[in-house]
Design a protein around this ligand. Structure first.
Ligand code: GDP
Ligand code: CO
Length: 399
């Protein structure tokens, strides 16, 4: 892969946010470049080194009632070297969709010898494992994990840790293009290769999102939701650094990956606010504005943003969904301890103007979960191991 090195970064305390990096070649060859031919602007990352990172990576695929063909396409795109963890919250009745997913994935694995673990979000054993590990916040009244994509991602993260991976990446299961999925995973690996494996968050910004406009294809760059979300995050950052910035391009990037150490230490917001909240949490915890338990400001957090080349094309989930996403992501900024009253007013006005907040309504805070650090992994594993052993995938593959 040939990738631009970041030209700039913005910093707040220990958090460094690097500028968007362009991809110049998806494949730049197997080995290192001949000495002297790498210039200062782009860097070639050998395929072997990227595989090395992928072998230590788990890819979590959250699923809720997606079409089987789409899920299969996503699995086709994930490199064989990665461990795949599918966390499904699909209904089990009147039709047992989870059973169908398991069957179709098992069949797929017979041909590919892919390592895939598939778990159900509502599996009582998973709920019991979180309870035993001392993390009941994730559970509902019945002792099962709550609904939501973020909650599914948290299960996937803990399983990745339990299975000894160093990196965890997320790929939605409703992506139409296996080639795009493949590219995201390789870019996660590129981000870790460039930034080292300590505390790194890699986020993908899609190059474009195809739509039909006046009967022809139009490659839109920014969706409505990302525009609002990036703007609010940049305003927040500018307020604290004193310099206006547009560095944040991936405020609500669903496609992202983290080192497991970082994934276990950050807090999560529920539902679709999970992605922008990563920024908020890192800035709150490591931005140096407030004294926190993470006192060590020498411990750099790197946020790396990469622009993918494949167009992004996923299921259209409708207007209401977009409105929810905008409200959720702006709420994380609005209710942050870092948000000044002037920015709160601006966000409020913006939401009212676009009809997303009605007369008499206020922007509700999103629910957040504490860091997974408090989970006792040994106690969690004692129960969850059995669920993972029911996994499908290549026989004899390492757990
Ligand atoms: P968008 O792409 O951000 O607009 O949102 P989607 O509705 O496509 O959801 C993103 C991904 O999360 C998709 O792969 C969904 O199937 C999955 N998803 C949505 N809700 C849940 C849930 O409650 N649990 C799990 N495990 N996955 C979910
Ligand atoms: Co989607």
């Amino acid at each position: 892969m040939r990738i631009e090195i970041p030209r700039e970064f913005d910093r707040l305390g220990a958090v460094r946010i690097y500028g968007l990096q362009k991809i110049y070649e998806l494949d730049a060859g197997p080995g290192p470049e001949a000495p002297g031919s790498d210039d200062a602007i782009v860097r070639s990352l050998p395929a072997d080194a990227l595989y090395g990172v992928q072998r230590e990576m788990a890819i979590v695929v959250p699923v809720r009632s997606e079409r089987l063909k789409l899920i299969e396409g996503v699995l086709v795109g994930i490199p064989n070297s990665c461990l795949v963890i599918v966390v499904s919250n699909s209904p089990r009745e009147p039709i047992d969709r989870f059973f169908l997913e398991q069957e179709s994935i098992a069949n797929f694995c017979r041909f590919t010898h892919k390592q895939v673990v598939i778990v159900h979000q509502k599996d009582p054993a998973i709920g019991a494992a979180f309870a035993a590990g001392g993390y009941p916040e994730l559970l509902d009244d019945t002792g099962c994990v709550r609904n939501g994509k973020a909650e599914g991602m948290m299960i996937g993260t803990v399983l990745a840790r339990m299975m000894g991976r160093r990196y965890v990446g997320f790929v939605d299961s409703d992506n139409y293009f296996p080639g795009a999925v493949n590219e995201y995973v390789r870019e996660y690996a590129a981000g870790f290769l460039i930034n080292g494996g300590a505390h790194t968050l890699v986020r993908i910004s899609w190059h474009s999102k195809p739509k039909i406009v006046e009967q022809s294809l139009y490659f839109a760059k920014w969706g409505r939701s990302s525009r609002h979300c990036n703007h609010a995050l940049n305003r927040l950052l500018s307020h604290h650094t004193g310099f206006e910035t547009e560095i944040v391009k991936t405020g609500n990037a669903g496609e992202h990956a983290l080192t497991l150490d970082l994934a276990m230490s950050i807090r999560y917001a529920t539902g679709y606010a999970v992605e922008p909240f990563h920024y908020i949490d890192l800035l709150e915890q490591y931005g140096g504005v407030f004294p926190t338990e993470h006192g060590d400001m020498r411990h750099l957090i790197r946020i790396c943003q990469i622009e993918s080349r494949n167009p992004h094309f996923h299921e259209n989930k409708g207007e209401d969904h977009i409105a929810d996403m905008i409200r959720g992501s702006l709420s994380t900024v609005y209710h942050s301890r870092l948000c000044p009253p002037s920015l709160q007013q601006e966000i409020d006005a913006e939401l009212r103007q676009s009809g997303l907040l009605k007369e008499g309504e206020t922007l509700q805070p999103v629910h957040t979960y504490p860091s997974l650090e408090r989970l006792d992994l040994a106690k969690f594993t004692a129960i969850a191991q059995e669920v993972v052993e029911r996994r499908v995938g290549a026989p004899g593959s390492p757990a």
